[in-house]
Design a binder for this molecule. Structure first.
Ligand SMILES: Cc1cc2nc3c(=O)[nH]c(=O)nc-3n(C[C@H](O)[C@H](O)[C@H](O)COP(=O)(O)O)c2cc1C
Length: 215
């Protein structure tokens, strides 16, 4: 019995010390599920064919619109599609019209043999429009980050896409753009391609030198 008590006491002390620094002070563990999800998120550019199920999308979109935003103005319009004909139509039109575009970057993209589609073949795509308000870009950025992190936490891969917003401005894409029903005074600002990931890329390096503590 005495031996058992000593072993138990030693185990408790070890467990306590494992959470202490060299001065024996209790350290706080800052690793939790949110931190892990943020650190594990990467842009996904290859997706499985199944669209993200609507119950999961509802959760993700609810998280998105619960982002902080200036004066709760919610300066965003969010359009979601997993209609394969709609998404393929945008892509096919871009391949044809983009190839003839005077914009060299767009023409190069549309004709590249490596072109994987405007949305990298994602089965679910979120289109985000905003206005020119002072804080609207921040509002949308915060909303998109909520969307992408909650997606990651649900096993859904995402990539934010700026370039395809230009593609949708091609006159030939007007019918698709009109279907997005973007409010007056708003413009398409960002697209988020979503789906179950078919790759797990490594993190790109980050420059910790961008952070400075000021005394
Ligand atoms: C506003 C914005 C626009 C982006 N546009 C594109 C894009 O047009 N094409 C693309 O492949 N990735 C795009 N990305 C994804 C970035 O390339 C990616 O987030 C960055 O390289 C860091 O990699 P990570 O997301 O895996 O950490 C965009 C990201 C943001 C935030």
């Amino acid at each position: 019995m005495k031996r058992f008590t000593i072993i138990t006491l030693a185990a408790v002390c070890l467990a306590f010390l494992a959470g202490c620094n060299e001065n024996g002070k209790k350290m706080q563990s800052n690793i939790n599920q949110t931190v892990e999800t943020i650190m594990a998120r990467r842009s996904i550019r290859a997706f499985k064919a199944d669209p993200v199920d609507h119950a999961t999308m509802d959760t993700i979109l609810k998280c998105a619109i619960n982002a902080p935003n200036a004066m709760n103005a919610q300066s965003w319009a969010i359009r979601v599609s997993d209609d394969s004909a709609f998404l393929a139509g945008i892509n096919d039109t871009f391949r044809e019209a983009g190839a003839k575009s005077k914009n060299a970057r767009m023409a190069a993209m549309a004709t590249s043999p490596n072109f994987k589609g405007l949305f990298y073949g994602a089965p679910t795509v979120v289109f985000i429009a905003t206005d020119d308000g002072r804080w609207s870009g921040f509002d949308c950025g915060m909303m998109c980050e909520n969307l992408m992190i909650s997606a990651k936490s649900c096993g859904v891969g995402t990539v934010a896409l700026g370039s395809p917003t230009d593609a949708l401005l091609l006159p030939e894409e007007a019918g698709y753009l009109a279907k997005l029903n973007i409010p007056e005074g708003y413009h398409l600002a960002l697209i988020i391609a979503m789906g179950y990931p078919h790759q797990s890329p490594e993190a790109k390096p980050r420059d910790a030198g961008k952070i400075q503590w000021i005394k």
